[in-house]
Ligand binder design. Structure first.
Ligand code: KG4
Ligand code: ZN
Length: 346
């Protein structure tokens, strides 16, 4: 018999955020996130420190999610967790916790792919008048990945373009690091760029074939520009912070949008979504809105709270699997990198 209400506790621990969420069907009852400040001074995530912080956060975060969700253990139908991709030491904390809890409560365990969850976050209730219909395209841009995905169903997500080196979020974070800003740099660059002129500083734009991306050349161009100017003026970064941020942001967003336009042309799919941490970027949200309007696309922009890593997106991805009785065993182990490849796109 089909159950009317399905309660899922979801756990996310793939990188530097410990998160737990409770969902009743596609409605989020709670979504608690503990960020890790410890990485700020290092310019990136330190895996060993991240793992330790997850250990400290996991119990209070899950307890808080259950409390704010207003539910008790006996109401839970399943425990969901991120199996990968991510940092193994971080993933292990969430995977082990989820396995133990499911075993203790004698309820099913549902594993979720982190990147698929970013995409499926669009199906969380209350974000769009109607969720994107299948098939749709999703540009997933995060700290570790940059992908254009053709989404045929919740179980069929084909990567039709991806980065061959750095991810878009990584490009933001590395640019921030070069400017002496703390990690994560994306939100800071976004803020500084809003006060800057993006046309003052010339940067070499990536130019690679097909629907793939490359951001390492842009990062090098940014680094060399700053290095050359610092020789002439030691105060160069401080005096040009806003314009530097604006130039870097413009180059990244224009690159992302150019390939997305190409993907729409190549597939004929006009329902276009964005997902992942970089989809919080104001300039990307604006560019998608304007391009969508000009080209007659239907666009789907996630709520801010579902852009960066969160367990609610793990919960919604798990719901699709729960409805098909796709469960995991106690032998599930984390994986570090993406296991899936779209046909013809190694
Ligand atoms: O999806 P996410 O939380 O974690 C991964 O799965 O990687 O993405 C984190 C990334 C970081 O690189 C961060 O700098 C970037 O998303 N980010 C942003 C913004 N907010 C977060 N990048 C540009 N503009 C933003 N507003
Ligand atoms: Zn993510």
């Amino acid at each position: 018999m089909k159950r009317e209400r399905i309660y899922i506790l979801a756990i996310e621990s793939s990188c530097d955020d410990t998160s737990a969420a409770v969902l009743c069907n596609n409605r989020v009852l709670s979504n608690v996130i503990a960020n890790q400040k410890v990485h700020e001074e290092y310019g990136g995530v330190v895996p060993e420190l991240a793992s330790r912080a997850h250990q400290q956060h996991i119990v209070p975060v899950v307890t808080s999610a259950m409390k704010h969700g207003g539910i008790t253990n006996d109401m839970l139908d399943a425990v969901a967790f991120t199996r990968g991709p991510g940092l193994i030491g971080s993933l292990l904390v969430g995977v082990s916790f989820a396995k133990s809890l499911a075993l203790a409560l004698r309820i099913p365990l549902v594993e979720v792919d982190h990147l698929e969850a970013h995409v499926l976050a669009h199906f969380i209730e209350g974000q769009h008048p109607i969720p994107p219909p299948f098939p749709f395209l999703c540009l997933t841009v995060s700290g570790g990945h940059t992908q254009i995905i053709r989404v045929e169903s919740p179980f069929s997500l084909d990567i039709i373009g991806h980065t061959i080196d750095d991810a878009a979020g990584e490009a933001f974070d590395k640019a921030a690091k070069i400017m002496g800003l703390p990690y994560p740099g994306g939100p800071l660059i976004d803020k500084l760029a809003s006060e800057g002129d993006p046309t003052v500083i010339p940067l070499a734009k990536p130019n690679i074939p097909d629907l793939d991306y490359s951001f390492s050349g842009l990062k090098t161009s940014f680094l060399y520009h700053i290095r050359d100017n610092l020789v002439k003026n030691p105060g160069y970064i401080q005096q040009n912070m806003n314009n530097l941020a604006a130039a870097m942001q413009k180059a990244i967003i224009e690159t992302l949008m150019a390939k997305l336009i190409k993907a729409v042309k190549a597939t004929g799919i006009r329902h276009v979504a964005i997902a992942g941490g970089v989809s919080a970027n104001s300039s990307l949200r604006k560019a998608l809105t304007e391009t969508g309007h000009a080209r007659g696309w239907h666009i789907y922009i996630p709520e801010f709270r579902y852009t960066t890593d969160n367990a609610a997106m793990i919960g919604i991805a798990a719901l699709f699997k729960y409805q098909q009785s796709i469960f995991s065993g106690q032998d599930a182990v984390p994986y570090a990198s993406s296991v899936k490849r779209a046909s013809g796109n190694p």
